[in-house]
Design a protein around this ligand. Structure first.
Ligand code: 1CP
Length: 342
């Protein structure tokens, strides 16, 4: 449940007077904020507290995360010279993430930690627009108007993303999630032409990495797949893209609330697990409605070979934390009952 922390008073307290980017760069704060929803709700996995723009800032791009707005870039990327400003990153550029992950792995014990990064299209949108955008007009203008520059930008972002995920995997995360939150703005044809090769470069790069030398110790651990840590790929409004996103190489495809999970599985293929997909707004409905939705989603998720129960997008800040705790308990109760039945 991404951003579960935002609805918690203990999160608001610890973040008071600490700007978002600074909190992402202080390992002790990252550790504490990541642990808060695990302690409170008893979820089965923790998601690292960071943001998709953290590696881009580490790569030399001047940006800030503005309260109530989101990421804002001082000088948007629009030319070939601008693309050159995005440096490749090494572990030293994000040592605070390395340190936080190592600390968290110890603190979390058996609870897995999910690392993450933004996918090239969603990162490119923030960089080209200069901030959050409804229609991604400048991004699409660049994509259609100068495909060569577009591909150069996405290839550079894929390299930064891959390095960022490798740092997290080497520090010990148990799974990674690649967020292409705004890919749903594209048609399938444009997604395949302009985005899929770059997301594939990231997801398949992780496999090459993990099955090569240097990760032999990890592969020996029984809970890890032979291809390295499990990879989750997520987007919003992606009903028409689910098949193509599944081809990018992840083990699990995230589905928002618009597509029932059994329908989603039909599009993604029966060889991949799904993640999702409770509408975050349903958490504001009376409990019997929430319960019925959770039951429906768990039932439809059985069409896939695996199902990670989650919301269809991030937790809204106004959500009542007690409702989240109750949803987690219900999912646990219903899934253990099913496991008992074999
Ligand atoms: O549980 C957690 O808090 C996990 C940490 C996390 C993650 C996984 C944060 C902290 N951000 C993200 C990913 C992220 N950031 C995504 C991908 C997932 C998604 O689709 O939601 C995106 C698109 C962003 C960009 C971003 N950062 C936005 C969205 C702006 C827009 O375009 O609409 C916002 C508001 C932020 C700031 C941010 N990141 C995270 C938090 C807790 C916040 C809120 C700011 C604050 O508390 O000061």
């Amino acid at each position: 449940m991404r951003q579960a922390g935002r609805s918690l008073p203990e999160y608001r307290e610890i973040r008071a007077n600490v700007p978002m980017l600074e909190s992402c760069r202080r390992p002790e704060l990252v550790t504490e904020i990541t642990l808060q929803p695990v302690r409170r709700h008893g979820v089965d996995a923790a998601i690292l507290f960071s943001d998709i723009v953290v590696p881009v800032a580490a790569a030399g791009i001047d940006l800030d995360i503005v309260p109530g707005t989101g990421p804002v870039v001082a000088e948007p990327i629009r030319t070939a010279a601008d693309v050159q400003r995005i440096r490749q990153i090494t572990r030293d550029d994000v040592s605070y993430v390395d340190e936080a992950v190592r600390q968290l792995v110890v603190e979390l014990g058996d609870t897995p930690l999910i690392g993450f990064a933004g996918a090239p299209f969603t990162l490119a949108s923030y960089l080209v627009e200069g901030g959050p955008s409804r229609n991604h007009v400048k991004t699409k203008a660049l994509m259609y108007g100068d495909p060569e520059l577009w591909h150069a930008l996405c290839a550079r972002l894929a390299e930064v993303t891959l390095s960022f995920l490798r740092v997290q995997i080497e520090a010990g995360v148990s799974a990674v999630q690649l967020f292409d939150s705004w890919a749903g703005a594209l048609s399938e044809a444009d997604y395949r032409r302009f985005v899929l090769p770059h997301s594939t470069a990231v997801l398949s790069g992780l496999v090459d990495d993990c099955s090569g030398s240097g990760h032999g110790d990890r592969r020996a651990e029984p809970e890890r797949s032979p291809d390295g840590v499990p990879r989750i790929h997520f987007g919003v409004g992606t009903a028409e893209l689910l098949g193509a996103m599944g081809e990018a190489g992840a083990d699990v495809v995230g589905v928002d609330w618009r597509t029932p999970l059994d329908v989603a599985t039909g599009r993604i293929g029966a060889d991949k697990a799904v993640q999702g997909n409770l509408d975050p707004c349903v958490l504001f409905a009376p409990w019997p409605v929430i319960e019925a939705e959770v039951r429906r989603i768990l039932k439809q998720g059985r069409a896939a070979p695996g199902h990670v129960f989650n919301l269809g997008h991030g937790v809204l800040p106004e959500t009542d934390p007690e409702v989240l705790t109750r949803v987690v308990a219900l999912v646990h109760e219903l899934s253990s009952r099913r496991a008992d039945q074999g």
